[in-house]
Design a protein around this ligand. Structure first.
Ligand code: WTA
Length: 650
């Protein structure tokens, strides 16, 4: 089996200490602290998921919790109706209209707070504006916006009128945007003139214009938020509208939330697929929102009176589920931060936690690694006593990083939830319940109540504790994807296997499970690389690199922190900085800055098996300085020494 060994570097301490009990002070106020929840969910599955659905207000109550007549095309709460925007806004007005819903923090001292009433007004005006543009229920609206308030506002405006949103991360390229819009057949685009990254202003409108040209149909409307003011004057062409003008005209209007069937599409989100063609993951309204609200409460322990900060960009699934829908469904105060963690300096995150008295902070191991590198003095300089719970997501966290996070951010006291899930799962599936379970640094945890998993070998047989296998989910769950845009066959083929015990969802992750049922994720078993908590596939990266003139072959691997590209070139091509720059430029253009490798290593040959397959695992071992696994299948062993010595010099 070639399940990877993950990024556990050999300098790390052993993976597990004694499990750590949740602190008493936390348990006393935890949203979930009654152990019977596991048994209760087990006993009454799938009806147990009614507990999650009960966190929402339904326009028409559901009778069927789970319709599995067409498995694996499961339908949750399929005869119920609700509206996501109503659930995130309207129903909170009576109790907390003047409570802050979103605190937006921009560059330097820019800051704007929206109470639930403010947000309700803005969303209504934006929904009316979308209607004016002719957007109707089921029309896909693409949002290509950075972390500015108009992004969650537009998401909720779409949800209000039943128009699924298709958020494309603002850092992706014009080509990537066009691909995602075209695949979603989306005719309305909301973008902005540009945005700040540190002191620099980036032009977003020109990327949107380029994408528009690439589409083989014309947009019916492009709405442009003026983020940069006079710093960047943009030209508005045909069917292009200034956001403020368009929305201002509708301020004060009320748009009735459209009742949606629970299985109606709430949004589509494109993620890297194994074929290199992005997959449009579709999430349904009812099951998704119920699962997200429930896990925000049970795992992230969020309470309405909390100030909660999910640091992930809303352009990815974590920002959708736990930056927007989860916290707003629960009526809490949430932070949306536009900046970077080290600007204007490395105190920024801790300063914001102190100033906003953040209670729950949710981030990714890649950020925690940076914090470690910068040093404990930055968090330690600030009052972090408001923090009650810390969370992590996106990739495996090493025990060392876990301990650092707890020690220097959580003062050795705060519990940590290591949450495992995927764009496709919509919400958290594996995590400890912080008021109940012992924590084991490095292990995500056991499946949540109501979630059934198995770690299996190639034949689908469960493996023994401690052995390496594939993580599968053996019962459906409410937040699960409804399908892939335009491809039921592809959906079933890529994710589902029929077993003697029914359908099993294939996560694509390698894992081990211990005697207590705690799962440690070892990384992807397919050609997906997690970089900076974003998913990229080797296929899409390599396809872009080989388009650069002179390049013959490329293999890209992750070294746990970033990307390394191994490239072979034609005999008449110089292996020089100019070529490296051309490769970087092509990746920036094809995918975006996230795809630019940290290192580009030229090599006369790539290591290949006798059947001609590139041995990426070996390249990964070379890049990480690991011992090599079995290389008996290698046809050209002489390249190993060559690559190792080159890499030492880069
Ligand atoms: C990885 C992000 C280890 C995993 C929510 C998964 C993790 C992929 C964890 C999904 C974790 C996510 N521990 N690995 N706590 N959380 N992953 O779709 O490989 O961007 O399959 O969703 O990230 O990435 P995606």
């Amino acid at each position: 089996m070639d399940a990877p060994t993950g990024d556990r570097s050999s300098s790390d301490e052993p993976p597990f200490d004694d499990p750590i009990e949740p602190p008493t002070a936390f348990v006393e106020t935890a949203n979930v602290s009654d152990r019977s929840i596991y048994e209760r969910f087990d006993r009454s599955w799938p009806a147990c998921w009614g507990e999650a659905a009960a966190l929402l207000e339904w326009e028409a109550p559901y009778e069927t919790v789970l319709d599995d007549t067409d498995a694996p095309l499961y339908r949750w709460f399929s005869d119920g109706e609700l509206n996501a925007s109503y659930n995130c806004l309207d129903r909170h007005l009576e109790e907390r209209k003047n409570q802050v819903a979103i605190t937006w923090i921009g560059k330097r001292d820019e800051r704007q707070s929206y109470t639930y009433l403010d947000l309700h007004r803005e969303v209504n005006a934006a929904a009316a504006a979308l209607r004016e543009l002719g957007v109707e229920a089921d029309d896909v609206v693409t949002l290509y916006l950075p972390m500015i308030p108009q992004l969650p506002i537009m998401m909720l405006a779409c949800a209000r009128i039943g128009a699924p949103h298709n958020v494309v991360f603002a850092g992706l390229s014009a080509e990537a945007l066009a691909q995602r819009m075209g695949a979603a057949e989306s005719e309305v685009l909301v973008t902005c003139d540009g945005y700040y990254r540190r002191e620099d202003a980036f032009n977003q409108k020109s990327k949107a214009d380029n994408a528009r040209i690439r589409l083989d149909y014309d947009l019916s409307a492009m709405v442009v938020v003026d983020r940069l003011g006079p710093e960047l004057a943009v030209h508005l062409g045909n069917n292009e509208y200034d956001y403020d003008e368009l929305v201002t005209a509708h301020r004060g209007e009320t748009v009735e939330p459209v009742a949606r069937n629970a299985t109606d599409l709430l949004f589509v989100m494109y993620t890297s697929g194994t074929t290199g063609e992005p997959k449009g993951v579709e999430h349904a309204t009812g099951g998704y929102l119920a699962h997200v609200a429930w896990t925000t409460q049970a795992v992230l322990d969020v309470k309405p009176q909390d100030t909660y900060w999910c640091a992930a960009d809303i352009g990815w699934i974590t920002g959708h589920s736990y930056g927007v829908y989860g916290p707003l469904a629960l009526g809490t105060t949430s932070i949306v931060y536009e900046g970077t963690p080290d600007y204007p300096d490395r105190n920024r995150i801790w300063e914001l936690i102190e100033r906003n008295a953040v209670n729950v902070f949710y981030t990714a191991p890649t950020a925690i690694r940076s914090f470690m590198k910068w040093g404990a003095e930055f968090p330690e300089r600030h009052d972090r006593s408001s923090l009650r719970l810390l969370g992590t997501v996106g990739e495996a966290i090493t025990p060392r990083a876990w301990r650092w996070y707890r020690e220097h951010v959580g003062d050795g006291e705060t519990p940590i939830v290591d949450t495992w899930w995927q764009t496709e799962t919509g919400a958290i599936l594996l995590a400890t319940l912080p008021g109940l379970s012992k924590m084991k640094p490095g292990a995500a945890g056991p499946p949540l109540p109501g979630i059934d998993i198995a770690v299996v070998d190639e034949t689908g047989e469960p493996i023994a504790p401690g052995e390496t296998g594939y993580l599968t989910v053996t019962k459906p769950w409410p937040g699960m994807l409804r399908g892939l845009r335009g491809g039921t066959d592809r959906y079933i083929r890529e994710y589902w296997r029929e077993t003697d015990n029914g359908w099993a969802y294939q996560t694509g992750d390698g894992a081990t499970i211990d005697e207590d049922g705690y799962v440690t994720i070892l990384g992807r078993v397919d050609d997906v690389i997690n970089v900076d908590a974003h998913r990229l596939t080797t296929t899409e990266l390599e396809a872009a690199i080989v388009e650069v003139p002179g390049v013959t072959e490329a293999a890209v691997v992750g070294d746990g922190a970033g990307l390394i590209a191994f490239v072979t070139v034609r005999h008449d091509t110089g292996e020089d900085e100019k070529l490296r720059e051309a490769i970087r430029a092509r990746l920036r253009e094809a995918i975006g800055a996230v795809a630019v490798p940290d290192r580009i290593v030229f090599t006369p040959e790539l290591p290949k098996t006798r059947s001609g397959k590139i041995m990426r695992r070996l390249l990964e071992d070379i890049a990480c300085g690991n011992e090599f696994g079995d290389i008996s299948a290698l046809r050209n062993p002489e390249v190993v020494g060559e690559i190792s010595s080159t890499i030492g010099n880069t």
